[in-house]
Write a protein that binds this ligand. Structure first.
Ligand code: ZN
Length: 366
């Protein structure tokens, strides 16, 4: 880690970058001011995560959660979803958002651009792959009928839809998507499918769905910003003091992890070393992009829920590729990526947390 920090320090010096995170912002075509605003707004709302872990500890009948227990499931969803059934749900949601989204999905289904089932020799996980403007994109899944698998179709189709829209509207040089917004379309579609499924579920299932959703939102937004803060202090400390022992790194790590987890997650012995497996800190400040992508997506969802016609602006954003900076793409549809905008996104999570608490109370679980 010290070698990595030293290397970054030398590179930044040679290239004239003022801050350890400047290079990342330039690379992603997003201004430092926007990322600073994001990190500040989310850091001020760590209370959402703290409240969530308190609720989770209560639901699991624990006084406190161990550090490694924070992602443990609460309740389970047994229902199985066949691929046909899952595709029908996703199609309905995409159609409902915009005919264009539905049409793209139908084309992927008809043309066999989706590889659905696990098979021998196929890698795990799911992703959408595209190379150039002239080549088709493909979606790879490993559908096994779990509820998560339905959301995964929507997520990967979000990437595919984004790709198709850029393809249609941009030249080869502007064919691409900034890291800062790479997960906007995917999580946008995924969240709407999640809501559709939650609508139809009974209370018990809905509660466990909502906990799962909060868990992933908090891990992808709040935890990543806490990690960003950790990285910042790590580089600063190294630049001030030189070599850092693993104990010193561990202390900085724990400080930032407990800052967002709060009193209901224990900093279990050994958890001070958990930065070791976190590969993203070796790609410098990449983690903010999860938070920016998801919060942009959530703020856009909020706007679409308030005004269905706003979807036209979402389509414009998804069609822009890398023709302009992230800032200008959003300015064009009247959105300033300022603290107020990030708050809109966080409000979506806060609302879900409050609904979840209400439901848990109604079911007599807390
Ligand atoms: Zn994705």
């Amino acid at each position: 880690m010290n070698a990595i920090l030293e290397n970054k320090k030398v590179e930044d010096n040679l290239r004239g970058f003022e801050r350890p995170d400047s290079e990342r912002h330039l690379n992603d075509d997003i201004s430092t001011k926007i990322v600073d605003g994001l990190v500040k707004t989310v850091s001020e709302k760590f209370s959402i995560a703290k409240e969530f872990y308190k609720l989770k500890a209560q639901l699991l009948k624990q006084e406190k959660l161990e550090y490694y227990e924070r992602n443990v499931e609460s309740g389970s969803v047994d229902k199985e979803y066949s691929y046909e059934e899952s595709a029908a749900i996703v199609e309905k949601v995409l159609e409902g958002l915009d005919k264009k989204f539905g049409d793209i999905f139908k084309r992927y289904l008809d043309k066999g651009l989706i590889d659905v089932y696990p098979k021998k020799g196929k890698r795990g996980g799911a992703f959408c792959v595209y190379v150039t403007k002239s080549q088709p994109a493909y979606v790879m899944l490993n559908h096994t009928g779990r509820l998560d698998d339905v959301a995964t179709i929507a997520h990967e189709m979000g990437h595919a839809i984004n790709n198709e829209m850029v393809k249609e509207n941009q030249n080869a040089l502007n064919f691409g998507i900034s890291t800062a917004t790479a997960e906007v379309a995917s999580t946008f579609m995924e969240d709407f499918v999640f809501e559709e499924m939650a609508k139809e579920a009974d209370d018990e299932t809905r509660l466990s769905l909502m906990i799962t959703k909060l868990n992933s939102d908090i891990s992808s937004i709040i935890r990543q910003v806490a990690c960003y803060n950790f990285e910042k202090e790590l580089h600063e400390k190294f630049r001030e003091n030189g070599f850092l022992s693993k104990e010193e790194i561990g202390k900085v790590f724990q400080k930032h992890m407990s800052a967002y987890m709060g009193d209901f997650v224990k900093m279990s012995p050994g958890s001070e070393n958990w930065w070791v497996y976190w590969s993203h800190i070796r790609t410098y400040f990449y983690v903010y992009s999860y938070a920016s992508g998801l919060l942009i997506s959530k703020a856009l969802q909020r706007k679409v829920k308030q005004d269905k016609g706003f979807i036209e602006n979402v389509k414009k954003i998804l069609s822009s590729g890398i023709s302009k900076s992230v800032e200008d793409i959003f300015k064009e549809v009247g959105i300033e990526l300022n603290e107020e905008f990030w708050e809109h996104g966080l409000k979506e999570i806060e609302d879900l947390l409050n609904e979840t608490k209400e439901l848990a109370k109604k079911l007599g679980k807390i």
